[in-house]
Design a protein around this ligand. Structure first.
Ligand code: C6P
Length: 410
């Protein structure tokens, strides 16, 4: 039983029903948290409770169920506002996820404000979700997409970034924490430098939102986006934080119910924030349950979770480095609890199958970051990522499973 100080990992694990299941006859060791986190019972219960007790459409009905559903939906917006340190719930737009949030910004902001020859800057570490929407809008607007290079460890070349910045720079969209490598990027500095050129900055917080304390006002970013499913919440719900004046200046992304003030066949006027960007019946149940995910994190506290995850990362890094032929990709100091590695002569896919046979779930492949893998000259990695409920014993199981797999493969 592992209890470090007041951090009772077994009590945390007990809140996650899935963690007691078996895979291939072995105890599940879930180390694919960067792909999606498991859900505490409170999140699952929030979904069941909504559908069992007050399922109704929101902002429309004048009946008890509609009032209760609307209140719970808006309570979740306030919880998200506090979670990221926004100044008002009006700056919080619910979306389907990080991908949806970035597409919203690229298309809505890009359509209105990008002109031929303008430059959008991203980094070499981006997830496809922060590449493809910018390629699409750049092609439409004849804008130019530029990419901040990295060194062989995955560290951003900030001098190259400074050299890229100029009056043509209109937008900088940057991954806060690399999903493939776990590296934390210097987003504060990136934001400051971009703002000196009056460029707008989006921070992809898909991986940072769960590990790091986020205060969008301290960061100074213009947009911050993340997915509910990576912060112990449900799938199908995500968040776009946007600075009020920017959101107000942007046209709606989609038209339909809820986002309007008045509709005639001749014209339509749009609703206030945040509803202007939430066309149609939203994902009510998942938005409501997202608050339970946030409450779970707050009940432990991000600093305590981070400390636990750092302890796991340090332990796992030392264990894995003892395995001959294993190389950690992105082996830098400033990172979250993600270890990406390759092993000489071993294809990550083969390894994943053998690990799964031993109950260990990791992710292998390009991690939706093909340009990064291309830059690093590899086809992919094996990635183990740790969450609040993982234990040192599970890392021992990973190490044993790796050694056993390598005996079979090499
Ligand atoms: N990364 C991973 O295994 P969605 O799919 O919209 O919830 O999130 C997309 C996304 C965007 N940016 C970053 C940094 C991400 O990590 C992700 C999702 C998962 O690494 C699934 S590919």
């Amino acid at each position: 039983m592992e209890t470090e100080g007041t951090y009772d990992v077994q009590a945390i694990r007990a809140q996650f029903p899935i963690l007691s299941r078996k895979v291939k006859g072995k105890d599940l060791v879930y180390l694919d948290n960067a792909a999606t986190a498991q859900k505490p019972l409170a999140v699952i219960d929030a979904l069941v409770h909504y559908y069992s007790h007050y399922n109704a459409n929101i902002h429309r009905g004048l009946h008890t169920l509609a009032d209760e559903a609307t209140a719970a939906y808006e309570a979740s917006r306030t919880a998200v506002k506090d979670f990221v340190g926004a100044s008002s719930p009006d700056e919080i737009i619910f979306t389907k996820g990080t991908t949806d949030s970035i597409n919203l910004v690229a298309h809505s902001w890009g359509k209105s404000f990008l002109q031929e020859g303008d430059e959008i800057i991203i980094t070499s570490l981006e997830h496809h979700a922060n590449i493809v929407p910018w390629q699409m809008i750049a092609a439409e607007k004849k804008a130019i997409l530029r990419v901040i290079p990295i060194d062989d460890n995955g560290i951003l070349d900030m001098e190259a970034f400074k050299a890229m910045l100029g009056p043509k720079t209109k937008f900088v969209s940057v991954i806060h924490v690399s999903n493939a490598l776990g590296i934390i990027n210097p987003v504060e500095e990136i934001i400051r430098l971009a703002h000196e050129q009056h460029a707008v900055v989006l921070v992809d917080g898909a991986q940072s939102s769960v590990h790091l304390d986020i205060d969008v006002q301290t960061l100074g970013c213009d947009f911050y986006v993340f997915s509910g499913h990576k912060i112990y919440g449900p799938t199908g719900v995500g968040v776009l934080y946007g600075r009020r004046d920017l959101l107000e200046s942007m046209p709606p992304y989609q038209g339909g119910g809820e986002m309007i003030k008045e509709v005639r066949f001749e014209y339509t006027t749009y609703n206030e924030l945040p509803f202007k960007f939430e066309a149609g019946t939203p994902n009510i149940a998942d938005v409501i349950a997202l608050k339970a995910g946030i409450d779970f994190i707050n009940s432990i506290g991000k600093p305590a979770i981070r400390k636990h995850e750092e302890m796991l990362l340090e332990y796992a890094t030392a264990q894995l480095k003892d395995i001959s032929g294993l190389r950690i990709i992105g082996d830098v100091k400033n990172k979250v609890s993600v270890i990406s590695f390759i092993i000489d002569g071993v294809h990550p896919q083969d390894l994943a199958i053998l690990l799964d046979n031993q109950g260990v779930a990791v992710r292998t492949g390009h991690h939706c970051a093909q340009p990064l893998m291309h830059r690093l000259g590899i086809v992919g990695t094996t990635r183990a990522s740790f969450a609040a409920y993982n234990t040192l014993e599970e890392i021992d199981v990973l190490t044993q499973a790796l050694n056993k797999s390598l005996k079979m493969l090499l």
